[in-house]
Write a protein that binds this ligand. Structure first.
Ligand code: ADP
Ligand code: ZN
Ligand code: MG
Length: 480
């Protein structure tokens, strides 16, 4: 590689507040067009915006989770431009004085953990949505989204590869979902990313001319768009040409970026402090109050799960992917302290049942207490692991406890030696050929015998005991 890529990401997240940032209209998604609107979010003359406190709470929460300094005083500004989905012809955003700055978050890369700087986080309002009817020369505008609160998170240009970019986005998304400030849905546009990228000769410390990529609606697409752009810019530089500073759109179907417009300069927006909104003053008390609502973050939790419970990274990653799943795991551990066994059950049996029923962990019909009880029954050999799995399925569909199901169905493992000995003798008598094979050295046949005994006992025989008894009887035959 002759060039090094330099990447900085701008992420917009839609906040999960009930109402908009400067009025009381609902933020609900999917309602009939233009039903969640009022004079304020429609930008009528003479109206005054009033800041939604929840938006500031959420901004502080994210600032704390990303190690930012929170500004004691921040200010809203008007960003002026004309667009049909922006009824005021300006967007209320923050410019010179954002709510938070100078943070970082740590991501996992192939070469170990890496810190990515966060330049700033600011609050702003979303614009409306244009709907283009392709069949007619008509466009519609839906103002339900105007005034929905956003946070913009701008990274430092610390990212060096498309993989790191995807990892940064994943880490940030996990955080905002854990904080319960955004649903993190990239396809539906509640978590959007613009990617800035430039190249420079390996070893250089100067920044090259960048392009800004838009229109990627998945981590994969961000990665692919950046990979394409690295190839495109390298080819230009190789030919001695210059990269033009511009905004480019990712065309997922063709797998290319296409020039859209040369990027506006900041002065084009005529930013100025919004005279309708007083500065936002955040004191220590407010920050402390929000601090209490910040949970353990996903990456910290993952590392703790690996360390404290000795889990492999793979397990830990899946368990912490959902805060409630992680809680479920820990609540089960309290009652059945075999972390790896519990993790195996959750990753395979539990998640499979949940997926099949399209049910989330918070609606899981089997509580951690009940899962622990089941695992205990298997552990003390009341039932076999195999029967345990079918009991688990039944717990899911009936809501009954493991103990109840085992009793009702008579599933207790047979550990009665006398009884099992009888069955074992029967099986050996019925299969003289296999007995001969065993005695001739084909010891694998033992598996066949175990299977036969299980069949005769409807799977209830204790497998360890059956094995012992089979070997004992077969060895007796050998010595005869
Ligand atoms: P703009 O004024 O074009 O919006 P900013 O300086 O505000 O640019 O930075 C926007 C984003 O682009 C940030 O995430 C920043 O880290 C990144 N960035 C800035 N300069 C470069 C560059 N030369 N190469 C790659 N990324 C850059
Ligand atoms: Zn409104
Ligand atoms: Mg900028």
């Amino acid at each position: 590689m002759k060039y090094e890529a330099v990447i900085g990401l701008e992420v917009h997240i839609q906040l999960l507040t009930e109402t908009k940032i400067f009025c009381g209209c609902s933020t609900r998604f999917g309602d009939a067009p233009n039903t969640n609107v009022c004079p304020v979010c429609l930008g009528m003359p003479g109206v005054l915006p009033v800041l939604n406190k929840k938006v500031v709470d959420f901004a502080i929460k994210l600032a704390l989770a990303t190690n930012c300094s929170i500004a004691p005083v921040s200010q809203f500004a008007r960003k002026n431009y004309f667009y049909p989905d922006l009824p005021k012809n300006y967007q209320i955003s923050q410019y010179e004085k954002p709510i938070a700055e100078h943070g970082w978050l740590e991501i996992d890369t192939q070469n170990g953990p890496k810190k990515i700087g966060i330049r700033r986080i600011h609050m702003e309002e979303d614009a409306g949505k244009l709907i283009h009817d392709e069949s007619k020369p008509v466009s519609y505008v839906d103002f339900n989204r105007t005034g929905v609160p956003l946070l913009e998170i701008v990274s430092e240009p610390d990212i060096r590869t498309p993989e790191e970019a995807a990892q940064y986005l994943k880490t940030l998304r996990d955080i905002v979902v854990y904080l319960e400030i955004c649903d993190g849905n990239m396809e539906e546009g509640s978590f959007r990313c613009d990617a800035n990228i430039s190249l420079r000769p390996m070893g250089s410390t100067e920044l090259g001319v960048k392009t800004e990529l838009k229109n990627m609606n998945s981590f994969k697409n961000v990665q692919k768009a950046l990979e394409f752009e690295i190839r495109r810019q390298s080819a230009l530089l190789d030919r001695g040409e210059k990269v033009v500073q511009e905004t480019r759109l990712w065309d997922a179907a063709r797998g290319v970026t296409v020039g859209m417009r040369t990027k506006e300069e900041e002065q084009d927006y005529r930013y100025f402090p919004d005279p309708d909104l007083v500065p936002v003053v955040v004191d220590k008390e407010w920050i402390d109050e929000v601090k209490n609502t910040v949970p353990e973050l996903p990456r910290d939790k993952k590392l703790r799960f690996m360390d404290q419970y000795g889990l492999p990274e793979y397990d830990a990653e899946i368990l912490v992917s959902d805060r409630h799943l992680a809680d479920y795991f820990e609540e089960t551990i309290v009652r059945f302290n075999r972390p790896k066994t519990v993790s195996n059950w959750i990753l395979t049996e539990l998640l499979r049942e949940l997926n099949q029923r399209e049910c989330s962990i918070t609606q899981c019909p089997v509580s951690p207490e009940r899962l622990a009880e089941l695992l205990q029954l298997i552990d003390d050999e009341t039932i076999s692991a195999k029967i345990g799995k079918s009991v688990f399925e039944e717990m899911f569909s009936t809501g009954k406890s493991a103990r109840t199901i085992v009793e009702e169905k008579g599933l207790k493992q047979v550990t009665d030696t006398d009884l099992l000995e009888k069955v074992v003798s029967e099986v050996l008598e019925q299969h003289p050929k296999e007995v001969e094979k065993y005695l001739g050295g084909a010891e694998k046949v033992i598996g066949f015998f175990v299977g036969q005994v299980m069949r005769k006992t409807q799977g209830k025989a204790n497998p360890k005991l059956v094995n012992e008894l089979l070997r004992k009887k077969l060895e007796e035959k050998r010595s005869k």
